[in-house]
Design a protein around this ligand. Structure first.
Ligand code: ZN
Length: 194
């Protein structure tokens, strides 16, 4: 975990801002805790209203060829932001990098890199989003352990194509996927989109 508290000492000629800079931003209304099965997760420490920005993701920007060359343990700590570009976390993950997937999420994507609450979140609840909102590549497919009754069990890079999810998460897909969904839905005879 990366320290996010105020700078203390040893800044030696550097602006104090460097000691609090990180690749990603997490709201001060949340913190990283043990989430049980999935390992670490991000939990609200106070009530957060719907529509609040709770995280801004950053990292190293890699194209598909460079991304494919990464070891799997680095690939899974990343965010797909276009059909061929990925934000990869630094080796020392930031707190925001621990937001987990859920098939019944309380957060969604705004633009390409912001995470926003889709509903009011009570203190103590885990912040989650559905990876279908941003992924269209099979780099991070897994058996889901979210435990929700409507869990789809297997999370894949094609889940953004599921019409029910397209309806449920309208307005909360990464911009590049929202564009692709709109294009597919506009095709003649594509009432089922695909
Ligand atoms: Zn699930």
């Amino acid at each position: 975990m990366v320290a996010t508290g105020p700078p203390t000492c040893g800044l030696l000629g550097r602006s104090p801002i460097f000691s609090v800079m990180s690749h990603s931003w997490l709201t001060p209304s949340a913190e990283v805790r043990d989430a049980g099965g999935p390992g670490l997760g991000v939990f609200a420490t106070r009530d957060i209203p719907a529509g609040a920005v709770v995280a801004g993701f950053g990292g190293h920007v890699l194209d598909l060829d460079a991304f494919d060359a990464l070891p799997p343990d680095r690939q899974v700590h990343s965010l797909q932001v276009s059909a061929e570009l990925f934000l990869v976390c630094p080796e020392a993950a930031d707190p925001a990098d621990h937001v987990n997937h859920s098939c019944v999420p309380n957060c969604g994507i705004a633009g390409n890199v912001l995470l926003v609450t889709m509903a009011d979140v009570a203190a103590g609840q885990e912040l989650t989003f559905d990876y279908a909102m941003c992924d269209s590549d099979p780099y991070d497919e897994f058996e889901c352990l979210c435990g929700e009754p409507t869990c789809r069990r297997k999370v894949t890079g094609n889940d953004w194509m599921i019409p029910e999810l397209q309806d449920r998460y309208a307005g909360h897909f990464s911009t590049y996927l929202a564009t692709r969904i709109a294009e597919l839905r506009a095709l003649p005879g594509s009432s089922d989109r695909l």
